[in-house]
Design a protein around this ligand. Structure first.
Ligand SMILES: Cc1cc2nc3c(=O)[nH]c(=O)nc-3n(C[C@H](O)[C@H](O)[C@H](O)COP(=O)(O)O)c2cc1C
Length: 421
């Protein structure tokens, strides 16, 4: 909507009795109602005008109505409206080239990152147009967000952890607020691999953004099964293995043991030709050893990091706040840990590293890139601001411009110790 004022940021408390998906829905409902009322009041528009961005035909002209009509008329003369409005579910928009339906689209849509070389190799065999992805479990299946933001501007999206069978997730409460972060124990709630492929495959292909499937399981066979079932799903370009799951045989987390992590990597590599990324857990005694073992087993990339174990206690009930007791800490609170691990891992392996943990801005993303990551994931930040990943892209483009760089790739690894010539 060309006339729309910049959205005022409202801090909303998280209702810990609801799942994160329910909280997001509530927040989105509340925001659009507030926006509509605020716009109508401030700009003298009717609620319908404010909500739809279209002038009401049989209403006495208001100042905004007049401005809207003028704007519509001018844009129509120019050949169409700019596509700033988020897309409806299942529709797609590409800004990299003219669409078949509308060859003028590419000329009309110009984003702050247009014309800046942000492309990176996120994993061996996985080139992305920019280094910003959404983190697994924080962006649903991607299609839900297509109604809020232009997801085709993202480098990639990573879907919610996918297991062989449907999983209802963990008992409530599953989210607790912490200083600079959240604790979650959502517990891999998902409809199972077959259903994920069936429900989302077509929509993914139409989103105009590559999809990385996050795979989880409790045995090596589980991971292989999920990848087998997802094979050929439209839109899918790679797999990310969530190895922060306990192995049913022995109970040790796959990602805590170099041999177990290597076993699952090797088995999945044998199942697929797509790039395989292993997501490291900071809860491993020796993350670098796990990273090396995965590289040797054929991993094409590594994500650093998954959430950090943590706990909060309800002092009235004298019990842990989360239904599971402990949960995974995410958000800015874990960023220094994540940057440290990225820095260590990037020096130990030669495959690309994806940085994750507390990225909220381009500045944060640059820390990861300079620590040796070639791309980043934005997770918890999108709960407070669904536009956060797009702002990161815009900020990185601004950095490339301001520092007169040829591409964003010039900053990757610049903070790593210099190797003697
Ligand atoms: C609510 C929630 C659910 C998550 N679900 C998954 C998941 O299904 N699979 C996974 O590998 N990581 C999952 N994660 C971890 C994130 O993908 C990410 O690695 C972590 O939160 C650190 O990034 P952030 O601080 O930007 O959120 C989840 C995180 C949160 C907050």
């Amino acid at each position: 909507m060309p006339w729309r004022r910049f959205r005022k940021k409202v801090e909303r408390s998280i209702d810990v009795s609801k799942s994160i998906e329910e909280s997001l829905d509530d927040a989105a409902d509340g925001e659009s109602e507030e926006d509509a009322a605020e716009l109508a009041e401030l700009d003298d528009a009717s609620l319908l005008e404010a909500a739809t961005g279209e002038p009401e035909e049989d209403r006495a002209p208001s100042e905004l109505g007049t401005r809207l009509r003028d704007a519509l008329a001018t844009e129509e003369q120019r050949g169409g409206l700019p596509s700033e409005r988020p897309l409806a579910r299942g529709t797609s928009r590409s800004h990299e080239g003219p669409s078949e339906e509308d060859p003028r689209a590419a000329k009309r849509v110009r984003y702050p990152e247009s014309g800046v070389d942000l492309s990176v190799e996120a994993a061996r065999g996985l080139r992305l147009k920019n280094p910003v992805m959404t983190a697994s479990g924080t962006f649903g299946q991607g299609v839900e967000y297509a109604e809020l933001i232009d997801v085709s501007r993202l480098g990639a999206i990573v879907n919610k952890g996918t297991t062989p069978n449907p999983r209802p997730g963990n008992p409530q409460y599953r989210i607790a607020e912490t200083p600079s972060g959240i604790l979650n124990s959502i517990g891999l709630e998902n409809p199972g691999a077959v259903e994920v492929a069936r429900r989302y495959g077509r929509a993914w292909a139409e989103l105009g953004v590559p999809v990385i499937v996050n795979v989880a399981g409790y045995s090596v066979e589980d991971y292989v099964y999920v990848v087998h079932e997802m094979t050929g799903t439209p839109g899918v370009v790679a797999y990310e293995l969530n190895v922060s799951c306990p192995n049913v045989r022995g109970g040790m987390l796959f990602g805590c043991d170099p041999d177990l992590a290597a076993d699952v990597t090797r088995a999945v590599k044998a199942e697929t030709d797509l790039p395989v990324i292993v997501k490291l857990t900071p809860n491993a005694p020796d993350v670098v050893a796990v990273a090396r073992a995965c590289e040797e087993a054929g991993a094409d990339g590594l994500t650093a990091i998954n959430t950090v174990l943590g706990m909060r206690i309800d002092t009235e009930r004298r019990r842990p706040m989360l239904g599971t007791g402990s949960g995974g800490l995410s958000g800015p609170a874990i960023r220094p840990i994540a940057v440290h691990i990225t820095y260590q891992v990037a020096q130990a392996v030669s495959i690309p590293v994806i940085g994750a943990g507390g990225v909220t801005s381009a500045q944060d993303a640059l820390e990861f890139l300079m620590a040796g990551a070639s791309s980043v994931q934005v997770g918890t930040a999108t709960f407070a601001d669904p536009l956060a990943p797009l702002r990161v892209i815009e900020g990185l483009a601004a950095y490339v411009r301001e520092h007169a760089l040829g591409s964003i790739r010039e900053v990757i690894g610049t903070a790593l110790p210099r190797t003697p010539e």
